[in-house]
Design a protein around this ligand. Structure first.
Ligand SMILES: [Zn+2]
Length: 77
């Protein structure tokens, strides 16, 4: 079972929760389910999730601009 760091949007408390996939995590202080998952301090940089996110950002940036010359972009629009 993964453990995540959360911050509650409602009461701003930070806490750790064990998360089962079948349950919605709720704030232990106010029972709000509006939680923001924090980047875990124990997770090493370069996890697959981080790499995928970085790859998508790079693809979005390069795909829209650097694959086209200025003249090509003028023709497309
Ligand atoms: Zn709360």
């Amino acid at each position: 079972m993964p453990m995540y760091d959360y911050r509650c949007s409602a009461c701003s408390q930070a806490f750790e929760l064990l998360v089962r996939s079948s349950t919605v995590p709720a704030c232990p202080h106010c029972q709000s389910t509006e939680l923001q998952r924090q980047v875990s301090l124990t997770a090493a940089p370069g996890t697959s999730q981080a790499l995928i996110a970085a790859g998508r950002r790079a693809a979005a940036r390069e795909g829209h601009f650097s694959n086209y010359s200025k003249a090509d972009r003028a023709k497309i629009k």
